[in-house]
Design a binder for this molecule. Sequence first.
Ligand code: GDP
Length: 461
Amino acid sequence: MLKSLYYIKNWMVRLLKSNNIVATATAHGYAGIGVIRISGTDALEIACQLTHHKTLTPRLATYTKLYSSKDEILDSGLVIYFKSPNSFTGEDVVELQGHGSPIALQMIVQRCLELGCHMAEPGEFSRLAYLNGKIDLVQAESIIDLIHAESEATAKGALKSLHGEFSRQINVINEQLIDLRMFVEATLDFPEEDIEFIANAKIRDKLTILVESMEKLLSNTTQGVLLNNGANIVIIGRPNVGKSSLLNALANEDIAIVTDIAGTTRDIVKEKININGIAFNIIDTAGIRDTTDVVEKIGIERAFNAANSADICLVLVDAIIGLTSTDTSMLSSVPSTIPKIFVHNKVDLLGSITPVSKKLGDTHIYISAKIGTGIDTLRTEILKTVGFDNNNNDVFIARTRHLDAIKRSVEHIHLGFYHWSNLEILAEELRYAHNSLSEITGEFSSDDLLGEIFSRFCIGK
Ligand code: GDP
């Protein structure tokens, strides 16, 4: 559905209720201050009745009392008026900053309802901002990602998206796509042979540039999704090589049980860790070995499943024994596309420390999970392997739905490239590619998708 249709639908729903919404914008609970937001055509009038002011100057914080219908004081605090269109939602907005008492805030919200507001739905302020062209869909989603960010890097990435970096990169490609589509359509309309010859060469050049830009966007978005969801590090290896000890060392906490009894970890243990401000999910698995124990067998199966969906696999081996035939057969079940680091543990028993090495393109690191040797080197290598080794200031945050849309768009462009000499097919593939890309910023998104995205917001956002 086009954004304009969604706009009309929302506008009609709103007409049936009232044109003004209100909600507490700060978290429910006890705090120093609490903020209430009103948005709508009567926001100023409602604020004036609430505060007994004749009018309010835009963007000027005014200390005031807030009154009930019986002129009792409900609270005192600051009121700020944002005149349309220079507000978060693009409508007239008033923010009331009172004390953070849930009861006082509830009384003020109640008074706003009496004065003609209706309760905002989850995400309604952000939805209005999107519908009124103040932000696009990616920016709206990044507000929630910023609120839920679990690491400094994720918060920085969310801010990058909120400030429009991701949308900018999409829009650059959208313009290239529009330009190419226009060119292809025009060539279709004027099929003189000599023009077609020149045009075909140009189309190929433009397609090549487009494919390069798309690949770059795909790679940036993949990083953005990893940053948002936390890359999955899976530790696999034979029993007793020190997998649980390594999980504890990387997490800096005693999370998994460490014993010298083989088969202690029977299920997967998952923990969130932070490496240089970047969130990771680290997964310890059951030791891989031949066993008749039913429970252990299920655990080993789960270990393989976890390894198959890993963003990076740490293959842990005992440094004294080295890689065994069990390790080699275990590795044959893990897709070669999943990056692996071979971690040789228990070097404290060796007496000498071997530096990081590359063998046949694989990285080998030597550590002691017990005493901490090599753990920082391993952390650096993990960051490098998932692409966060340099200054990650450039990474914007992204979601799986963005990545899926970009992948679909890339597929259509590749199909178009494959059929480039058939301009009708090319034109059609480019149209699909363009639609997929436009879903990301919300110019061409389904009604259900938009409804789902905004319903995940909290009330007051
Ligand atoms: P897992 O079965 O692979 O999870 O292995 P654990 O982490 O439970 O460790 C098995 C045994 O090896 C325990 O007795 C640990 O104390 C010991 N261990 C683990 N890492 C090291 C290490 O770096 N050096 C030494 N000396 N022992 C270790």
